[in-house]
Design a protein around this ligand. Structure first.
Ligand SMILES: *Cc1c(COP(=O)(O)O)cnc(C)c1O
Length: 369
């Protein structure tokens, strides 16, 4: 059987260069707690992402939890069921009730037209997701937030490097979080970050990720430990140098997929959005079983038999997991578009190392039913 084609493959730094940096860490004997590589990575990320303040974390879930703490969010938060489960878990870990709102089928993100109906006196914030790195309707979301005095925290785990008209998508809302997990476009093995808009908030986040310590003897808040260590920060600095090339390689894969799949009855996908710098983090296709002649799951398992491992991101919806299923907003009738998307999606293999042969194998799986 042919070699397996997986949905992603991690971007890895050059091993010799990494060893050179490790030597520097070993010599300094400073392995964590805001060391030199941690500081260099934060500065380099600010420059690359075109944002003024960033705080790096040990993974992409703790910045979500910390953002909610820092903004003192309580009560109910409006969010999307069409995401990775960590989005809603972050609310749960803060004792906040998630309120699911349906998605806009044009973007996969929360539908701004359905947010207002979900607002109650207990609502304090909106937590949307730029799912697949595709920008949400940020302007409409902000207008609602301003009207009702709500905070907006974006889970931008998929949106590393995404820009709209030259401006970083991470500038939207009150804060945005990133994940640098191995499966993401840019990784630090495990890692993540919180993007904030002012120096005071950056300082508060830095306290919160270090137990709330502000200096040697003062603890200003019940913080957590979510600092990034020096080894991962060094790895992250090296990966940052090659992430543009990786995004461009992904772009070329997207071009080939689009060319080959545009004429297949029952298969749809998204084009690039005008004015947007995409990161090609995922390539979702949507299967219309009636027109295609095969259900999404039939196609998904047939691909696996041929060694092509796509993924059904995001099936099942977060609202279907046992923790959240009982919530009134989790009812299927409340989330028809999210269910439709979750039941039709397959994310095709998408990474910087896919060869022409591998891309053709993926395409042939879809063409030859
Ligand atoms: C990956 C991901 C996270 C969690 O990030 P980790 O780094 O794995 O903790 C959160 N939200 C979304 C949408 C993700 O895809």
């Amino acid at each position: 059987m042919d070699k397996q084609i997986t949905v992603t493959s991690p971007l890895l730094p050059n091993l010799d260069e990494f060893q050179f940096m490790l030597k520097e860490i070993w010599d300094s004997k400073w392995i964590t707690n805001n060391g030199s590589f941690h500081q260099r990575l934060e500065a380099a990320l600010c420059e690359y992402l075109k944002v003024p303040y960033i705080s790096v974390f040990t993974n992409g879930t703790l910045p979500l939890i910390t953002a909610l703490q820092a903004l003192r969010i309580t009560g109910e938060v409006i969010t999307t069921p069409y995401s990775f489960v960590a989005t809603t878990h972050a609310l749960w870990w803060n004792g906040i009730k998630p309120v699911f709102v349906d998605i806009d089928p044009a973007t996969g993100g929360i539908d701004p037209n359905k947010i207002e109906a979900a607002i109650t006196p207990k609502t304090t914030a909106i937590m949307p997701v730029h799912v697949y790195g595709k920008p949400c309707k940020t302007k409409e979301i902000q207008e609602i937030a301003d009207k009702y005095g709500l905070r907006v925290i974006y889970d931008a785990a998929h949106a590393f490097g995404v820009e709209v008209n030259g401006k970083s998508i991470l500038e939207e809302g009150d804060m945005s979080t990133l994940s640098f997990h191995a499966t993401k476009v840019y990784n630090t093995l495990e890692g993540g970050a919180l993007v904030v808009h002012d120096e005071k908030m950056k300082r508060r986040i830095d306290y919160l990720k270090n137990f709330g310590f502000a200096g040697e003897t003062e603890v200003v808040a019940p913080g957590i430990n979510s600092k990034m260590d020096e080894v991962r920060a060094a790895y992250g600095l090296l990966n940052l140098r090659q992430v543009d090339a990786a995004i461009e390689a992904r772009h070329q894969v997207a071009i080939l997929y689009r060319e080959a799949l545009s004429s297949i009855e029952g298969i749809t996908f998204w084009d690039d959005m005008p004015g947007v710098r995409h990161n090609y983090s995922y390539f979702p296709i949507f299967v219309n079983a009636e027109k295609y002649g095969m259900t999404r799951d039939e196609q998904y398992f047939k691909m696996r038999e041929q060694g092509v491992y796509g993924r059904r991101y995001f099936y099942p919806l977060i609202s279907e997991f046992s923790t959240y299923r009982g919530l009134p907003s989790a009812r299927k009738e409340n989330l028809p578009e999210a269910h439709k998307m979750a039941d039709s999606v397959i994310c095709l293999p998408m990474h910087h190392e896919l060869s022409k042969d591998e891309i053709n194998r993926v395409i042939n799986c879809i063409i030859n039913k």
